[in-house]
Design a protein around this ligand. Structure first.
Ligand code: SAH
Ligand code: SF4
Ligand code: F3S
Length: 441
């Protein structure tokens, strides 16, 4: 009889990409996916450790998902990498702990547990490129929009962040492997490619063609030009960028490549230079603003999104005010604001001056109000314009479809024919806080 597996995924887009490959590799090994945890022999939780509540959720979820049928519980991803053996202590029913670099070995580990050869397995080794063999030449249920990881890990060590400890040190995949992956995806119907990495704009991958020469590693802009030249690609994006690595060459690529969305996620985190220094971000608020200004000069249609952290240790009301001010200057199209979360092993967790929870909450509310105002006015400014939208899901109402324009704004339309996976020109007629509404032209 074939064993069934259920997978639950937390965290960022890189986890979504990994999870798709985990599903593909499990299916190639004869396991059958189920979306009902209670009918699964194997439970896989692919986890995120970025903030405390993300990590905490995992342990309560195990209890809710398991049933009499559960034979194997596997915890993978960033919590696995960060907590290692501790996971076995926190939850006795976990059999496998696997880090984000070794999911290609999961089917073998599951067999060892099912056959009774072992009862607990832990693998948190950092094997840099092996897991990507699970994408090469393999079609994991190819979709019209696909993530492709080009770079993983991070050397920046922002003082609040666990990523360098969970995803390890930064490395780039070879350009030729990325291009092969993307060519295969496009040949199978993908229209939009989203390049992923913790720090994509520090991409520095082995060149596509060996005979270019020894010192021919490619930067992100070179890779973008090459991908944009692949026949059939309709839209190209990348995320996340670090402000300090945003080069003029990359800005130029936005001006020159028509399929590259004129949009970049460039997280500022804080508007206070004192806090940015404590965060170890490597730029001042003015340097950040100058980069965005240059970007808009080079490519006038550019718009930006950002992440913010409020309540970083020692953040005063004045520091916080500088953050709100930056948000008001840039007028981001989309933004994500978070309360600072104290993470083990990070430098900031040991800093004095931790901010009380209720104070973080009230600052978050103030910032979010301000970010929402800009989001609404950006949405309003689309009224009367035609936007090119890729539809990716159904709305709540009958015949309602929701998609994204180049700037990641949600566009809602009603249409008799199925629009999922289609690009359409949409005339925007009205706008709300989270979406704009229009009709198909
Ligand atoms: N590499 C990306 C971000 C990855 S994490 C970058 O540098 O921009 C995504 C976001 O989570 C970060 O931008 C930050 O805003 C937030 N984040 C990371 N660690 C956090 C923490 N300890 N508390 C609250 N938010 C955090
Ligand atoms: Fe974390 Fe900073 Fe690296 Fe982003 S750049 S992943 S915030 S350490
Ligand atoms: Fe979370 Fe790991 Fe992504 S900590 S945000 S899943 S890199």
């Amino acid at each position: 009889m074939q064993e069934t597996f259920y997978i639950k995924v937390y965290g960022c887009q890189m986890n979504v990409y990994d999870a798709k490959n985990i599903i593909g590799t499990m299916e190639r090994h004869g396991f059958v996916r189920t979306i009902d945890p209670k009918s699964a022999d194997i439970l896989i939780l692919y986890t995120c450790n970025i903030r405390e509540n993300a990590a905490r959720k995992v342990f309560s979820a195990i209890g809710m998902l398991k049933s009499n049928r559960t034979k194997v519980v596997a915890i993978g991803g960033c919590v696995a990498q960060a907590e290692k053996e501790e996971i076995f202590k926190k939850s006795k029913i976990v059999n496998i702990v696997f880090g984000p670099h070794v999911y290609h070995k999961l089917p073998d580990y599951i067999h060892l547990i099912l056959n009774g050869e072992q009862s607990k397995i832990i693998d948190v080794s950092i094997e840099k490129f092996n897991k990507f063999k699970e994408t090469q030449d393999k079609n994991n249920n190819v979709s019209f929009s696909e993530f492709v990881t080009i770079q993983e890990g991070c050397d920046n060590f922002c003082s609040y962040c666990v990523v360098p400890y969970t995803r390890g040190r930064e490395y780039s995949r070879a350009a030729k492997d990325i291009i092969l992956d993307i060519k295969r995806l496009i040949a199978n119907g993908t229209k939009e490619i989203i390049l992923l990495g913790q720090n994509v704009n520090s991409y520095n991958g082995e060149a596509a063609y060996i005979n270019i020469g020894a010192s021919s590693n490619w930067k992100l802009d070179r890779l973008l030009y090459e991908i944009a030249g692949i026949d059939g690609i309709k839209r190209l994006r990348y995320t996340t960028s670090h402000p300090k690595d945003m080069t003029v060459d990359l800005m130029m690529a936005h001006a020159k490549i028509t399929v590259l969305a004129p949009f970049a996620h460039v997280p500022i985190q804080s508007g206070s230079d004192r806090i940015l220094k404590l965060m170890n971000r490597g730029y001042t608020a003015i340097e950040y603003l100058d980069k965005l200004k240059t970007f808009q000069t080079v490519c006038p249609s550019m718009q930006f999104s950002s992440d913010f952290i409020v309540g970083f240790p020692t953040e005063t009301l004045e520091d916080f005010g500088a953050t709100v001010q930056i948000a008001n200057v840039v007028k981001y199209t989309v933004s994500y604001a978070f309360k600072y979360s104290r993470r083990d092993s990070t430098l900031a967790s040991k800093m004095d001056g931790q901010i009380p929870e209720h104070e973080k909450e009230s600052r978050l509310e103030v910032l979010q109000n301000s970010l929402s105002q800009h989001q609404i006015s950006r949405n309003n400014s689309l009224i009367g314009q035609v936007q090119w939208v890729l539809f990716d899901k159904c709305g709540k109402r009958k015949n309602q479809y929701i998609g994204k324009n180049a700037y990641m704004q949600s566009v809602v339309v009603e249409c008799e024919t199925n629009l999922i996976g289609e690009f359409k020109d949409i005339l925007i007629e009205s706008a709300g806080m989270n979406s704009v509404y229009g009709k198909v032209l």
